[in-house]
Write a protein that binds this ligand. Structure first.
Ligand code: AMP
Length: 421
């Protein structure tokens, strides 16, 4: 028990953390260039925020939240996603008073009591982007383009972008009635979950993963055919914008978000080589969410990308960069008495911005040279009896094998010269 982490969690060990930094740096770079600013919200929030902000009829809220009562008897939930928290923060800190739209991004862990399997964990990480305050389709296209750019920059090309429109509170009730009429006589063939969705949230039947439900849903009416003029124009313009940016898409009428505050654009990016858990990005417009959380009606749109799945995809395609463990200098005290001088040099080098390490284990000369080659180190600074006596260091260039007795203050200059070559 004490030597195993909780089910559905993963340690990111040192040899993998550089891969994480790599994908995070690509995400940050794209956001910086597109003028999206980072927001860091707490990993726990009042449970109420998620009940409102995700919706009580969703799987996340019904089955997957990590909720507990804290010592002050408040109901607290580890965030299962971050849009609601970003909206909460937007309202709490009056970000709407700044230039609009607020263009924000986050990277961090999320928590869902999911059934763990490859690509599905209980603690996982999302890179997400939210643009709050703009209602036109250009921002929808920009948000989609950021996700596409992220995958392209990583070299993942076999992506499928699915888009749909889920309408708005004006046109959706008509569609909902059509949908209920359609499913009414097929109700007994639907799975148990869908039978309860029929009354509470019939649009969610459309994205049920059960084979039978999916087969029945195939012939269901499509939301895009019932859109009001505003939603229909928005959707057509979005398609034009994506085409102008050479972003290929497929319209998927079964891509839905059944809650009232989700409006218009819904999209998903799949990476089919991942198999069962191939959804790498989900996003959409949420024009009713800010009001649902207590603010003035304000439009918004965003996406979340699952970073574990991105890593799996990169591993599969061998697209992860080689890990660079090289250092500039390995400081090698050859006798116990050399340790103080070695340590003094180490700290001085670090102060000057040199990447360096030393032997802490009183290894033999041979073992230390072997160790230095493992990084590999460009130089080794050897300090033995003679060097202590002369107050100098035997500085060895590992590529050429040349070595010379050097004053420690000359070392920096030599390293810099070596770098320029
Ligand atoms: P969602 O917030 O459910 O739309 O999820 C957005 C993205 O997060 C998905 O496309 C996945 O890539 C990722 N994701 C969602 N749930 C999990 C999970 N339990 N484990 C790993 N990744 C997940």
């Amino acid at each position: 028990m004490l030597t195993t982490g909780p089910r559905g969690t993963k340690d990111i060990l040192p040899d993998l953390s550089s891969h994480w930094r790599y994908i995070e740096s690509i995400a940050r770079d794209i956001c910086n260039r597109s003028v999206y600013q980072e927001i860091r919200t707490p990993i726990f929030e009042h449970t109420e925020l998620f009940l409102r902000g995700i919706g009580e009829t969703t799987d996340i809220v019904e089955k997957e939240m990590y909720t507990f009562i804290d010592r002050g008897k408040r109901s607290i939930t580890l965030r299962p996603e971050n849009t609601a928290a970003v909206v909460r923060s937007y309202l709490e800190h009056k970000l709407y008073a700044d230039l609009q739209p607020s263009k924000l991004y986050y990277i961090g862990p999320m928590f869902r009591y999911d059934r763990p399997q490859a690509g599905r964990y209980r603690q996982f990480h999302q890179f997400g982007v939210e643009a709050i305050g703009a209602k036109g389709p250009v921002i929808d296209a920009e948000i989609i383009s950021l996700a596409v750019l992220f995958f392209r920059k990583l070299g993942l090309n076999e992506l499928m972008l699915y888009i749909n429109s889920v309408g708005c509170p004006k046109c959706r009730p008509v569609y909902r009635t059509q949908l209920k009429d359609f499913f009414h006589e097929k109700l007994s063939f639907l799975c148990e979950d869908c039978q309860s969705r029929f009354e509470r949230n019939p649009m969610r039947i459309l994205d049920c993963k059960n084979d039978k439900c999916a087969e029945i849903s195939n012939n269901a009416p499509h939301m895009v055919e019932s859109l009001c003029e505003d939603c229909s124009t928005h959707f057509s313009q979005l398609k034009q914008l994506l085409t102008a940016a050479q972003i290929d898409y497929i319209i998927n009428p079964r891509l839905v978000r059944g809650l009232d505050y989700y409006t218009k654009t819904a999209f998903e990016i799949q990476y089919p080589p991942l198999g069962a858990q191939s959804a790498v990005c989900g996003g959409g417009r949420y024009d009713g969410l800010v009001a649902e959380c207590g603010g003035q009606p304000t439009p918004g749109i965003g996406f979340a990308i699952g970073l574990e799945r991105v890593l799996l995809a990169l591993e599969k395609q061998k697209l992860l960069p080689e890990v660079n463990t090289a250092i500039d200098v390995f400081v090698a005290p050859l006798i116990g008495a050399a340790q103080a001088m070695a340590f003094g040099l180490l700290v001085k080098l670090r102060e000057q911005g040199v990447t360096c390490d030393m032997d802490y284990m009183e290894r033999s000369l041979k073992a230390q040279m072997k160790y230095a080659n493992k990084y590999p180190a460009k130089y080794v600074a050897l300090i033995g009896e003679d060097e202590i006596a002369q107050g100098k260091v035997m500085f060895k260039n590992m590529a050429t094998g040349e070595q010379q007795l050097t004053d420690s203050k000359d070392i920096i200059r030599m390293i810099k010269e070596g770098m320029e070559k």
